[in-house]
Design a protein around this ligand. Structure first.
Ligand SMILES: *Cc1c(COP(=O)(O)O)cnc(C)c1O
Length: 469
């Protein structure tokens, strides 16, 4: 294709056009030059879209100055709210020293401090921090390390075991261990598929069992796969307690203990993907604390910087780390790294985030807030004829909408009930984003009780409006 840039407009004019632009141009350029993630662009191009230009606390502000409560924490990352004075100060302080320096062959103070902090708040065996910059890479790193760990021990174990309904990111390795058909089927031929155990989605038990027996049966099935294939399996990967992207599927109590015990019994490594559940989201600092289990790897991202900058960490044990030690010529090195690994600005944000988060009163507040949240959801949706299942863990929740509550019959896909509900709530100053027909609530941990009440009440109002239209 030919470029007509130089001929139609000078560089000077281009910059002038950008500098003098306003909401109308931004909207036009967005439609003309941008491709949005997870978005059917034909639909996007013909819809009215929101342009966010600022934020404050738990609110996003659009180009017209209208404020919206950030009900999904800017896709599950915001913890203490936007424009938090301490987080801003930490980032600006670092900005005045150095914005970025490579982590390949050089160290920096912020990376060291953050590694100290992370290992100080995680269970003891998790003590080696490998940085990257998003959740998918944090997962890829755990998978590659697990595979190579066994290679270094003279064993070839090319398989992973993961769960149906799992979401571990969008890069090809992460898609291989994913189990959400709408996202993953399209790439079937170009990925290495993992072995899949059933997901303990007991509202719709994959084994067609009653709710009470579903979890045990799912764990049994996982054990069976392990018994059969364990010599070829490097690791099991799971999202502990909540399969988030699948629609906030909260695992039954005891299930994660079973997975963890099975990994130990059968001698395979265990990877926890806490990209969504980490940093207070489930009411504890990490979801693994609910089960009291400790994996060989934990992948962290999303909330790690309080939602300010991209950063991720894969944290493993000294046992795994030591398997990679040797002389250079042995090539036991972990040959993997990303250019912006351990970006110092992101590390500074993360350190400040952790400092606020680990304050005793903060976690106490979250526990109390989570109880209130649960009551509000129950009050608004508990008796709603179209709320099939209400799933809550800490400050993450999903309400699965159904056409017929008794039969658990879903709405037809093209009705897009949850989607239309989340567009409707914007009228009243709320941002939500659903997962299929699951209404998702992921408020910032800094939300007040009144804000939670507003969020859930508004969603219920919008749902009723959509259903009666
Ligand atoms: C979001 C998410 C990822 C992927 O993280 P990205 O930063 O979007 O690459 C991986 N695992 C889980 C559980 C997630 O929720």
């Amino acid at each position: 294709m030919e470029s007509d840039r130089g001929t139609t407009m000078s560089r000077g004019e281009l910059w002038k056009e950008i500098e003098n632009s306003g909401p109308q141009e931004w909207d036009r350029w967005d439609r003309e030059y941008v491709w949005h993630p997870f978005t059917q662009m034909r639909e996007w191009l013909s819809s009215q879209n929101l342009t966010i230009v600022a934020a404050e606390g738990n609110y996003l502000i659009d180009a017209d100055g209208k404020r919206y409560f950030d009900g999904v924490s800017s896709l599950w990352v915001t913890i203490h709210g936007h424009k938090h004075p301490c987080l801003n100060k930490a980032i600006l302080g670092q900005l005045n020293r150095v914005a970025h320096t490579t982590y390949l062959g050089l160290a920096h103070d912020m990376g060291a401090k953050l590694a100290r902090a992370l290992t100080g708040i995680l269970p003891r065996p998790l003590k080696r921090v490998f940085y990257s910059d998003n959740g998918s890479t944090a997962v890829e790193i755990a998978l590659k390390m697990a595979y190579q760990y066994w290679s270094h021990h003279g064993q070839k174990r090319p398989r992973f075991l993961s769960l149906e309904n799992a979401y571990h990111g969008d890069t090809l390795g992460a898609v291989g261990v994913g189990g959400i058909d709408v996202f993953h089927t399209a790439f079937g031929p170009i990925i290495v598929k993992s072995l899949k155990a059933p997901s303990p989605y007991c509202y719709r038990c994959p084994l067609r069992l009653k709710r009470e027996t579903c979890d045990l049966a799912c764990a049994d099935e996982l054990e069976q796969i392990l018994t059969q294939h364990r010599d070829h399996i490097s690791a099991i990967i799971v999202e502990p307690e909540v399969q988030a992207a699948a629609g906030m599927i909260v695992m039954p109590e005891g299930y994660i203990q079973r997975v963890s015990a099975a990994a130990r019994t059968h001698g395979v490594l265990l990877i926890y993907d806490e990209v969504a559940t980490g940093f207070g989201r489930t009411g504890r600092l990490f979801a693994m604390e609910h089960s009291g289990t400790v994996p060989d790897f934990v992948a962290l991202a999303k909330g790690i910087t309080g939602g300010y900058l991209p950063l991720a960490a894969t944290i493993t044990t000294e046992d795994v780390f030591e398997a990679f030690l040797g002389s250079y010529e042995e090539f036991k090195t972990f040959f993997h790294g990303h250019t912006y690994t351990a970006n110092p600005l992101a590390c500074a944000a993360s350190l400040e985030n952790l400092k606020i988060l680990t304050h005793t009163s903060f976690l106490q507040r979250i526990e109390k807030l989570a109880r209130t949240f649960s009551c509000i959801l129950e009050e608004q949706f508990g008796a709603h004829p179209n709320a099939g299942d209400i799933r809550i863990k800490g400050l993450m929740a999903g309400v699965e909408l159904v056409k017929d509550r008794k039969k658990r019959e879903p709405f037809s896909v093209e009705k897009r009930v949850a989607w239309r509900t989340t567009l409707k709530v914007r009228e009243r100053g709320l941002i939500l984003r659903p997962l299929g027909d699951v209404l998702v609530f992921m408020p910032p941990l800094s939300s007040t009780e009144d804000e939670l009440q507003f969020m859930v009440e508004t969603a219920r109002w919008a749902l009723d409006e959509v259903l009666s239209s």
